[in-house]
Write a protein that binds this ligand. Structure first.
Ligand code: SF4
Length: 419
């Protein structure tokens, strides 16, 4: 960043776009070795080799068929590591977090990659200059952030996942065709903020409404059917959920549904169904409602694999991942409908066989639960484990080892198990 004592009163000239490709073969070779060293797991590999299940004595550990790092996350981490190798001595910044996992973000911090605020731009963005490198995370960033960084002349390493960009293309098309994007997502999630900025379209005259729940959906449907006043509508969806100048009386005539890539698939499908139904009821057909499923393949695969695993009885489910990870949260929601489910950030959360520290989705905080099902060493116990798309294998390994060690099973015994 530039010296703040320099005179900044003069207008900053718009500088040339600098998007950098850091994927050079020699760099990537070193990156792969480092990433593998940080996040690999021999125990997870062993479980995979055993078909996702190991039974030792009275304890069975089951791993979902799909879990952990997705292709988008792997790519984002690779590019962040590569940035440090290519720009050895330049200041490197990151918009928010590269992905939602504290362990991965800690590693980047150790490489001197500094996190900038992602909710809004502060003076740190004014101080960026040509010497600086800014990494865009896997969720992407709002167009205003990208424009600002380019204007400052800093180099951009864009790790936005291709599946997120697919959603952006869709909402830009909605804007071009005069449709308002109804975005199923969290208004305070990085990806949804970025998608909302793209829903304004190239001309920045498009519109969006962000909804999160089926309750929100029904409220919008009731408004469309004239059961709710403009005032009540605006009261419910504050400024953060609607585009500037949004008028429900005008901007819900033609709508297009899209979603944050990591939402619960069944909920997104239900929202699409209800939106199509209400527009058909109002207009006689569904021409004024477009729907497009933008759940990403990795999210879908992890949800499907968990549904599959839940077909067999288990005593408990451990879901490993960052507490702010959307796709991990949905795995927890799926699990807790069926059996005792604990959302843990790492193996340290399993304090003992009786006590597990875990994130409670209702209370939105970590709590400690008493759990005695694991206590009886004579009892046959089946523990299911899965992890969100941003969770590295080493954290999954530590969780497996922790459960096993509390049941008097060593890592060596797991590794020595034959297929
Ligand atoms: S969860 Fe999906 S959208 Fe997000 S980074 Fe992974 S593949 Fe991309």
């Amino acid at each position: 960043m530039s010296d703040p004592s320099l005179d900044t009163s003069k207008p900053v000239p718009v500088k040339k776009r600098k998007r950098i490709n850091v994927r050079k073969p020699d760099v990537m070779e070193k990156v792969q070795a480092e990433v593998s060293n940080h996040y690999k797991s021999s125990v997870v590999e062993k479980l995979r080799e055993l078909g996702g299940e190991v039974t030792l004595g009275n304890t069975t550990i089951k791993l979902a068929q799909q879990f952990g790092f997705c292709y988008g996350v792997e790519r984002a981490i690779d590019l962040a590591y590569a940035s440090r190798k290519v720009f050895e001595s330049n200041p490197i910044y990151l918009i928010g977090e590269i992905i939602h996992n504290p362990e991965v973000n800690r590693q980047l911090k150790e490489m001197d990659i500094v996190s900038l605020p992602w909710e809004e731009m502060n003076e740190q963005y004014d101080e960026l200059d040509e010497n600086d490198v800014v990494i865009v995370p896997a969720f992407g960033a709002p167009t205003s952030f990208i424009e600002k960084i380019e204007k400052q002349g800093a180099s951009l390493v864009d790790t936005t996942c291709g599946d997120v960009m697919k959603v952006w293309r869709r909402v830009r098309t909605y804007a071009k065709e005069g449709y308002t994007s109804i975005i199923h997502g969290k208004a305070v999630h990085e990806e949804t903020l970025a998608t909302a900025s793209h829903a304004l379209g190239k001309e920045k005259n498009g519109h969006y409404l962000i909804i999160l729940t089926l309750d929100d959906t029904d409220f919008v449907c009731d408004y469309i059917l004239g059961k709710i006043s403009d005032e009540d509508f605006m009261k419910r969806f504050g400024e953060s959920n609607i585009s500037p100048g949004f008028d429900p009386a005008i901007h819900l005539k033609q709508i297009g549904v899209a979603n944050q890539t990591t939402m619960l698939k069944s909920e997104t499908e239900e929202i699409q169904k209800r939106m199509v139904a209400v527009i058909t009821q109002r207009d006689g057909d569904s021409t004024n409602c477009q729907v497009f499923d933008t759940i990403c393949g990795a999210t879908q695969e992890r949800q499907d694999a968990l549904f599959e695993m839940l077909k067999d009885p288990m005593d408990m489910l451990l879901v490993v991942g960052g507490y702010n990870s959307s796709n991990t949260t949905h795995l927890v929601e799926i699990g807790q409908k069926e059996l005792p489910t604990f959302f843990i950030r790492d193996s340290d959360c399993i304090e003992s066989l009786e006590q597990i520290v875990h994130f409670d989705l209702e209370q939105k905080t970590e709590i400690t639960s008493e759990y005695t099902n694991l206590l009886d060493q004579e009892k046959i116990v089946v523990v299911g484990i899965t992890a969100g798309a941003s969770c590295p294998n080493n954290l999954i390994e530590n969780t497996i080892i922790r459960v096993c060690e509390l049941r008097n099973i060593t890592k060596e015994e797991i590794l020595a198990t034959k297929v």
